[in-house]
Design a protein around this ligand. Structure first.
Ligand SMILES: [Zn+2]
Length: 390
């Protein structure tokens, strides 16, 4: 099967802008750019802007229930602990997720992935982490594996040590993770990455290090939630153990940024989180000056219900001072680097997967500029039309 996406007004290939061109996809892979070859099917881009599928390298898409009932409490100014006392917060999600069957988790995840796909996301990372016990964490990872088989999107599974279950000690739960959960996840190959929430009141630096090193023993590459609410040395540890990415980094200072850059750790920024929490944004401009590779992600979770990477690009430009092209690179090729998929996806280059978005706007500058509507008209995944607006 060969398809030609013709009449492209402006193409962003993951790196730069090319005008008036076409893309030829053969057996699901990019064959050439700018060569008008014979094809079985021609898709007319109608002179519009075309780009690689978005890569969302940090989500918590597997959980049961939603938390829209907390919004009024949040607007009234209730604190996180007050909301938890009123029955909301992460413990509500943990309760619902423990209770849900694997089939129910799969069903809810599939709905969320359909929304992501229709807004242009073709590759998504999904973390476990709302089980906080062996049985539920495994159920969540099995649900991700099932969704991975069913969806057209590329799904990258991660085991996340997310929080300390209520009534238990951090040290004791860390031991359970290391001696029981990670070995099972590893032996059954349920996750490609191991992630940990390194923060005051969660896992400290040494517990996080032990979890990530154990994950690595079982072939899972390390990622980390670092420096979100405080800066206690998590990103420095991430650099020491050569983590693939350090995510959030709201509180990361000059030293942390330089250390991460020196170790080649990708900085994954999640601007929808400070948006919903009404807090400040990470210093993307300084990170860029220092030479950090910046990726963008939604952080999709019940407290931050954002499935649309276009909105993330908008926040990156308006709230973090990123330029439109920088933000688009961060949401495609750099996001692929954050999940070690940059050899396969994230840019439109010969040999890579034919994951292409046809938009209804004239140039890349509209993606951050035009807010609140879906600009993706058609989604092509490995050469197959998987979403069309009409
Ligand atoms: Zn997260």
């Amino acid at each position: 099967m060969e398809i030609l996406i013709d009449n492209i007004g402006e193409l962003f290939d993951g790196h730069r802008i090319i005008r008036d061109t076409c893309i030829h996809i053969k057996e699901g892979r990019i064959e050439s750019i700018g060569v008008r070859e014979r094809a079985d099917e021609v898709i007319d881009a109608e002179g519009k802007f075309v780009m690689p599928g978005f890569i969302d390298p940090h989500t918590h898409t597997v959980f049961a229930g939603s938390r829209e009932f907390e919004l009024e409490w949040k607007i009234e100014g209730k604190s996180y602990s007050e909301i938890a006392e009123m029955g909301g917060g992460i413990l509500y999600t943990v309760k619902e997720t423990r209770r849900a069957s694997k089939e129910e988790l799969v069903k809810q995840m599939e709905e969320r992935l359909r929304e992501m796909l229709s807004h242009g996301t073709t590759t998504v990372e999904i973390k476990s982490g709302y089980g906080l016990d062996r049985e539920t964490e495994i159920k969540m990872l099995e649900a991700i594996q099932e969704v991975k088989r069913k969806t057209k999107m590329d799904v990258v599974p991660t085991f996340l040590a997310h929080a300390i279950p209520s009534g238990r000690e951090a040290e004791e739960y860390t031991e359970e993770i290391i001696s029981e959960i990670i070995p099972e996840v590893g032996k059954r190959k349920l996750a490609e990455f191991c992630d940990v929430f390194c923060e005051k009141g969660y896992f400290d630096v040494e517990q996080s290090r032990r979890i990530l090193m154990k994950g690595r023993e079982y072939g899972m590459l390390p990622k980390i939630h670092a420096d979100e609410f405080s800066c206690i040395g998590c990103s420095r540890m991430a650099a020491e153990i050569n983590a693939v990415s350090a995510d959030h980094l709201l509180m990361a200072g000059e030293e942390e940024m330089k250390t991460l850059a020196g170790a080649g750790v990708v900085a994954t920024l999640l601007p929808a989180t400070p948006f919903v929490l009404n807090t400040s944004y990470p210093d993307a401009r300084r990170m860029k000056e220092i030479g950090l590779t910046i990726a963008l992600a939604t952080d999709f979770n019940p407290n931050c219900y954002v499935a649309n990477m276009q909105f993330i690009v908008q926040l990156a430009c308006y709230k973090m001072g990123m330029m439109p092209l920088e933000a688009l690179r961060a949401a495609t090729i750099n996001a692929a680097k954050a999940i070690k998929r940059d050899g396969e996806v994230g840019s439109i280059e010969r040999g890579k997967k034919g994951d292409v978005l046809i938009t209804n706007v004239a140039s890349h500058k509209f993606i951050p500029y035009k807010i609140g509507v879906n600009m993706v008209r058609k989604v092509i995944k490995e050469g197959e039309l998987v979403y069309s607006e009409d």
